[in-house]
Design a protein around this ligand. Structure first.
Ligand code: ADP
Length: 565
């Protein structure tokens, strides 16, 4: 560009120029190489110098020179711009370096690297000593995937919870990470860290390495790990259930050798089923308390109890994948505690909500993963390993049969509503002798239990209409529960205290306090559904929903009529 073209030596002279005035042609006067080195402007100058002064062509040449000068300047500018574009284009064309995760050394001089989800065994630039790279660190790889630089650890990345700590520095994560459970390795940073299931860790961007611990994550509140003093005698009217529990759990744990010798199957837990407020939770806690006492008096060894009480819906209301992780975590904790010598109890209330019969459809999809997972966890518990799983439910019929197979929760123990005798013994438990009672506890209990179970109009409570058209009336006694009895006694105490304050007496709890409290409890209580919906009330009874078309309270009308408030 910009170079002067060498005129052809045999080219005819420009027309109109007189050869006499010209002198020798340029090509004759200057060597070819020198001519080549001259720019168009210089050539013009040489030509002009060869013309005599005031030659008529000099003006034309001056004009031509200006034009050529302008063109050369334009050429120069264009060249500079083109050069800049070429540089930019080169940059755009060259591929970017890739950032990968360093997973380890393969050979003395090669690195295992993960880039964009794919694995490579890469050469390493000799300027980067492999020994300075840390597992989990980011590395820069060139076009040939050669590691050319260490970039340190990522500061961001997905946060997940550990499901299980595996040998060889590996960690199992729940399915929330990638849709299915994953195993990752620990970074050099976590090599010596004491990790536990449930902890939250941050992964590298390729999701292959756990980089740092971020916290404990959301856990179900498990404040209750010890149970208060609950001898079997503090539970009334449940003799059958108590005996069944003792046979199921106490005997095998107290006589382990005998059970092993006879190769007798040992349940890993039991299901308590029955209406609400009748003592299922109480029985679960009492199992833990009494088993500890029994083992201590039989062997002299005190295994402290670890009692986890959890409601099914608490597990269910978690985010995707979290429910499963929590269940696994609960089992893992129980096994850990048992291994440390504790008696571990996992009590799952409202169990039908998470272990219900699996059905098709999206709404139940969580059950289709929770039920098999629960079964696997149950199967993983060794019999007699000091882990007891207790399920409680108002609707045992809804629990998936897979849960209730032998070797899992194969003992179903019914917790019934107390009958009049049971109610009497529960009243007696709450009306204990240390209270200021106006009469002996047994007499008071008898009086209030008799009133509670009397089949009189005042006690009419529910009306059931059957498919056949037949109607039936349920009395207060038919819906009695330990919870109601405990509440009645508490109310009676409140009345006695008020009276003592009003008449400045020492105060005693009387029969009338109890009877008034019983009426008030039924008029105001919040232990029964506040609606008139048949389904709500059906849950409290043993009626087969198929047979009953309507079930609802008749109490409000009667209360108004009888003037009881
Ligand atoms: P469930 O788990 O069956 O719904 P709970 O065990 O939670 O019932 O009972 C609630 C409360 O009622 C208990 O804390 C206790 O005070 C009282 N209670 C229930 N059943 C009995 C019983 N059989 N003996 C003594 N108290 C009882």
């Amino acid at each position: 560009m910009g170079e002067a073209k060498k005129p052809q030596s045999n080219q005819p002279h420009a027309q109109g120029a007189s050869p006499a005035a010209e002198g020798p042609a340029l090509t004759e006067a200057i060597s070819g190489d020198d001519l080549d080195r001259l720019s168009a402007l210089q050539l013009l100058d040489v030509i002009a110098s060869k013309l005599p002064p005031r030659h008529s062509s000099l003006l034309d040449l001056a004009y031509l020179r200006d034009r050529v000068a302008a063109m050369e300047e334009m050429n120069d500018q264009a060249r500079t711009a083109l050069e800049r574009y070429e540089v930019a284009l080169e940059k755009l064309r060259s591929p970017a370096f890739r950032v990968g995760t360093f997973l380890g050394v393969v050979e003395p001089d090669r690195a295992h690297v993960c880039i964009g989800g794919s694995d490579y065994v890469s050469k390493v630039d000799p300027k980067v000593p492999l020994s300075v790279l840390h597992v989990g660190e980011r590395v820069l790889c060139n076009e040939a995937f050669v590691v050319v630089q260490g970039l340190g650890f990522d500061t961001n990345g997905p946060v997940v919870q550990i499901d299980q700590v595996l040998p060889d520095n590996r960690l199992r994560l729940g399915s929330e990470t990638s849709g299915s459970p994953t195993v990752v390795i620990r970074s050099s940073l976590l090599g010596k860290e004491k990790l536990k299931p449930g902890l939250e860790v941050r992964l590298d961007l390729n999701q292959r390495v756990a980089l740092e611990v971020l916290g404990t994550g959301r856990r179900i509140d498990r404040a209750l790990e010890r149970v208060s003093e609950l001898p079997w005698s503090s539970i009334g009217g449940q003799n059958e259930a108590v005996q069944a529990i003792r046979d199921t759990i106490e005997l095998p744990l107290l006589h382990k050798d005998l059970f092993k010798r006879f190769d007798h199957s040992v349940p890993k837990g039991f299901l308590l089923h029955g209406p609400p407020g009748c003592g299922k939770t109480l029985l679960g806690k009492a199992t833990a308390f009494n088993l500890r006492q029994q083992i201590r008096s039989a062997t002299g060894i005190d295994h402290t109890e670890f009692f986890v009480h959890i409601k099914g819906p608490e597990i269910l209301n978690m985010w995707v994948g979290e429910s499963e992780r929590q269940v696994r975590d609960l089992f893992a904790q129980c096994r850990e505690r048992a291994a440390e010598g504790q008696l571990a109890f996992l009590f799952i209330d409202e169990a039908e909500s998470i272990l219900g019969v699996r059905r098709g459809g999206r709404a139940h999809s969580i059950l289709s993963t929770l039920v098999p997972m629960f079964c696997t966890e149950m199967d993983g518990i060794e019999p007699l390993a000091n882990v007891v799983v207790i399920l409680a439910s108002n609707r045992a019929d809804l629990i998936d049969p897979a849960i209730l197979r032998p070797g899992r929760i194969d003992r179903k123990i019914r917790v019934r509503r107390p009958d009049a005798d049971g109610a009497r013994s529960i009243y007696e438990i709450y009306l204990h002798d240390e209270l200021p009672l106006a009469e002996p506890a047994a007499d008071l209990a008898n009086a209030v239990a008799t009133a509670h179970f009397a089949r009189v109009p005042e006690n009419e409570f529910l009306e059931a209409t059957y498919r056949s058209g037949r109607r039936d009336v349920l009395y207060r006694g038919d819906l009695a529960s330990g919870a109601i009895i405990a509440a009645v006694v508490e109310r009676a105490k409140g009345l006695a205290i008020k009276r003592a304050i009003a008449d400045s007496s020492a105060g005693h709890l009387t029969r009338d306090d109890l009877l008034a409290a019983l009426r008030l409890e039924h008029a105001e209580n919040d232990l029964f559904p506040s609606t008139d919906l048949t389904e709500d009330w059906l849950k409290l009874t043993d009626f087969d929903p198929e047979n009953v078309v309507k079930l609802g309270p008749i109490r409000p009308r009667r209360v108004e009529r009888s003037g009881v408030v």
